[in-house]
Design a protein around this ligand. Structure first.
Ligand SMILES: Nc1ncnc2c1ncn2[C@@H]1O[C@H](COP(=O)(O)OP(=O)(O)OP(=O)(O)O)[C@@H](O)[C@H]1O
Ligand SMILES: [Mg+2]
Length: 339
């Protein structure tokens, strides 16, 4: 979503972690995954815009929105800025595909052009960060493994050719499916970006102008700090929570029906209370991962660990992307069973 964005809240630990990661040469790209709408794009764009303040020194950060369809200006954000003609030149040979995807696929050429044309090949002493956002959705889950390996190789080529102080790549995805593929190899370090904590979430609720009648505690238990869902509630539904819930219930009905067809409804009901049972349910786990409802837990990008919280649908191994999903699925199954 572009256009009016709410004021940025929190993510201090995560911005610090990105700055630390970028400040030294790393052996592999950093692969960030997290619930849909948890704020990956916002965090990465914020990081790039504030790279001078966060990294100090001689930094260059380039962000590619791999999902951008047509606008070169929106597909790339860079500090210091990169002229539009270079972006067009980087993707010139390939046409007929969305610009963001082309840029993601042309990173090697783009970095080369930036180094040669803007810095006369002199990246020595520079800290360079390349961020590719939403890569799995843009190029397809099946190609992510290849792509990350490509970035890994690019890193070493850039280091050798231009000798920057550090050249690191950060990639993001909300597709849980791609994670398994990435973790099979050692070509990336994976980190989880989770939804907002309770305090910053409440801060955002107020900043978005929630009506006084809205039950704040109930909203937290339902959305579990997901800023994307909160922005949707504010902007699309004008705080009519019931309307948003019935729309999501409509979308989730398909998943429940599928589980009923496959005799998995009982296990699905259990998973709404305890997502960790998915460890022993590969078919159900794969359905819920593919539908982007559940994710594997993991090491957080910021400080600390994602604590188990059954009320919010967070287990030790697996977590519902937002408690909205288990809450609605639970209701749907109960109503089917008693129909
Ligand atoms: N820290 C934050 N402060 C204020 N608003 C935020 C913050 N994080 C995210 N948002 C807002 O929440 C919405 C969803 O965030 P964003 O698009 O970054 O999520 P995402 O994780 O990239 O989602 P997707 O998985 O769909 O790509 C946006 O409107 C964004 O501006
Ligand atoms: Mg995003």
């Amino acid at each position: 979503m572009r256009g009016a964005q709410p004021p940025f809240v929190d993510r201090v630990a995560e911005l610090g972690a990105l700055a630390r990661w970028s400040s030294r040469q790393r052996a592999t790209p950093l692969y960030i995954y997290g619930p849909e709408g948890c704020g990956k794009t916002r965090l990465l764009r914020e990081f790039v815009s504030r790279v001078d303040e966060l990294l100090g020194g001689d930094a260059l950060a380039v962000y590619i929105d791999a999902l951008e369809a047509s606008s070169p200006v929106h597909a790339l954000l860079s500090k210091p800025s990169v002229p539009g003609r270079l972006i067009e030149e980087a993707v010139a040979a390939a046409v007929g595909e969305p610009i963001g995807k082309l840029l993601a696929l042309s990173v090697s050429r783009l970095v080369g052009l930036i180094a040669e044309r803007l810095y006369e090949r002199r990246l020595r002493g520079k800290i360079v960060v390349l961020v590719v956002d939403d890569v799995a959705r843009a190029i397809g889950v099946e190609r992510v493994e290849w792509y990350v390996k490509h970035l890994y190789e690019l890193t070493w080529r850039v280091v050798e050719e231009y000798e920057p102080e550090a050249f690191n790549v950060i990639v993001s995805t909300s597709e849980g499916e791609s994670l398994e593929l990435i973790q099979r190899h050692r070509h990336a370090v994976t980190r989880l970006l989770w939804n907002l904590g309770r305090k910053p979430f409440q801060e955002l609720v107020e900043k978005l102008g929630a009506p006084e009648s809205l039950d704040r505690g109930g909203l937290w238990r339902l959305l579990g700090g997901n800023p994307g869902k909160l922005v949707e509630l504010a902007y699309n539904y004008e705080w009519r929570l019931d309307e948003m819930l019935s729309e999501y219930a409509g979308r989730l009905r398909r998943v429940v029906l599928r589980a009923l067809e496959e005799n998995l409804a009982g296990r699905l009901l259990e998973a709404t209370r305890n997502p960790d049972i998915l460890a022993g349910e590969p078919a159900l786990r794969s359905l819920l991962t593919r539908e982007n409802l559940v994710l594997e837990t993991g090491i957080l990008l910021g400080d600390g660990e994602l604590g188990v919280d059954r009320e919010l649908g967070i287990g030790r191994l697996y977590a519902w992307q937002t408690p909205l999903y288990p809450t609605l699925i639970h209701r749907l199954i109960e109503s089917q069973l008693h129909a």
